[in-house]
Design a protein around this ligand. Structure first.
Ligand SMILES: C[S@@+](CC[C@H](N)C(=O)[O-])C[C@H]1O[C@@H](n2cnc3c(N)ncnc32)[C@H](O)[C@@H]1O
Ligand SMILES: [Zn+2]
Length: 408
């Protein structure tokens, strides 16, 4: 595994990375006009949404260059209301932006932007999604991150906001996506299943599912993910919950890859077909899905992920699968994406413009390596040494870290 922490503006640092060197990009950019990271060159404080979107499109254009052709991009983005934020001008006294300690990180106002009235929902997520699609990305999914613990709002003339978006985009029409790795528990285990040759997969003696064709009790992951947001002390921005990152890592990267070109190995599963219940026929269930009418029953079928029978290379190299899939986050913050990537044995590259964040990330991630005696992880640390010796450094940490690196 390799871990890289890089300080600098995302577009500039990305330009130094090799083309097609990353398998999966997972990131949460600064939201528009929400926080002032107090760092020159930061994204998010542009006067108008189109300027903000333009800067993000430029970052993601460079991301597309470093992404492998079969790679995916997962972008978590939230929306903004047009209004006064952060100072005494805020009409809503109970707004979180008026709470002590919050003000310094907030922008004063988004009022006065052409085309936006105070109280308007700006629609940033879809502006970004459409702009990225127009720039060449394949827009593949809008995943709703539903928060059971949303930020309290005292509004009474609209519902409380309790979701954000996670867009799945790809560089090509076909790409690496391990659906079986993130399959959900099925809620309709009573549906009859069919083998690919059309025979029933149901064991008539036990009324259970035949082990010969896989005992699938899962379904394809759906696009509403309910995950509690996690406050993280020490960071002055929203930290992505690990649970939001995990499915992206698991679907977007393989546990192994070609040691020559980095092509991910693909899971080999035995496909099992389930008959779509009659009530579903002709409904939205079948629309746009890979459903073929079954020869014997005439009913539609849908395929489920059967048992994993192995892994296969996706390139033509003679290889042992000893390579690594690389994950990238160009807005690394406290390093959640790196932490989750590492916990699944994936390599990562993290970029952030603020050296204080890179230092924070280093202290979150470092112990995962230091405390694991078997972790012979080459770390290519590209961190401003001066910034990395701030007063948040735990006693002796730098020495132990340096010793670990020196030993590799
Ligand atoms: C929403 S936070 C990311 C949080 C991160 N996902 C986590 O879990 O900790 C956005 C980050 O983008 C960084 N940032 C802002 N402008 C940037 C730029 N031009 N280039 C790189 N990073 C930037 C900020 O410093 C901040 O850490
Ligand atoms: Zn290869």
């Amino acid at each position: 595994m390799t871990c890289q922490l890089l300080i600098g503006d995302a577009t500039e640092v990305l330009a130094t990375l090799p083309a097609a060197s990353v398998q999966c990009v997972i990131t949460s950019p600064p939201y528009w006009n929400l926080r002032d990271y107090q760092c020159a060159g930061q994204i998010g404080l542009e006067d108008i949404p189109s300027a903000y979107i333009g800067r993000l499109v430029a970052v993601f254009r460079e991301v597309r260059r470093v992404l492998r052709d079969d790679g995916t991009l997962w972008v978590n983005i939230g929306d903004t209301y047009c209004g006064y934020h952060g100072n005494s001008q805020c009409a809503d006294e109970d707004a979180p932006s008026n709470k002590p300690g919050y003000v310094e990180n907030m922008r004063a106002t988004t009022v006065g932007v052409e085309g936006l009235k105070p109280k308007d929902l700006v629609g940033i997520p879809w502006m970004l999604a459409f702009a990225l699609r127009a720039d060449g990305w394949y827009l593949r999914s809008d995943i709703i991150w539903a928060k059971p613990n949303p930020m309290p709002e005292s509004v009474t003339d609209r519902p409380t906001s309790s979701h954000e978006y996670l867009f799945l985009l790809s560089k090509s029409a076909t790409y690496y996506y391990d659906a079986a790795a993130i399959a959900e528990d099925a809620t309709r285990p009573d549906e009859p299943r069919l083998k690919q040759n059309g025979e029933s997969a149901v064991d008539t003696k036990t009324r259970g599912y035949s082990t010969q064709c896989g005992t699938t009790t899962t379904r394809n992951k759906r696009d509403v993910w309910t995950i509690a947001s996690q406050p993280y002390p020490g960071a002055h921005y929203a930290v992505m919950p690990a649970k939001l990152v995990e499915p992206c890592i698991l679907a977007g990267t393989s546990p192994q890859a070609c040691e020559h070109c980095g092509a991910p190995w693909a899971r080999v599963t035995e496909r099992v077909a389930a008959v779509a219940p009659a009530s579903y026929n002709g409904s939205t269930f079948t629309r746009g899905k890979t459903v073929t009418p079954h020869a014997n029953t005439g009913q539609g079928t849908r395929y489920e992920h059967g048992d994993t029978t192995g892994w296969r290379p996706t390139c033509t190299h003679d290889n042992e699968g000893m390579g690594q899939c690389v994950t990238l986050d160009p807005f690394f913050g406290s390093g959640t994406v790196g932490k989750v990537a590492l916990s699944y044995g994936r390599s990562f590259v993290g970029i952030d413009i603020d050296p204080r964040n890179v230092e924070l990330a280093r202290h979150r991630i470092g112990p995962m390596l230091l405390d694991n005696p078997s972790a012979t992880v080459p770390i290519r640390r590209v961190v401003d040494k001066q910034a990395a010796t701030g007063n948040r450094t735990a006693a002796g940490f730098n020495e132990r870290w340096d010793a670990k690196e020196a030993a590799i």
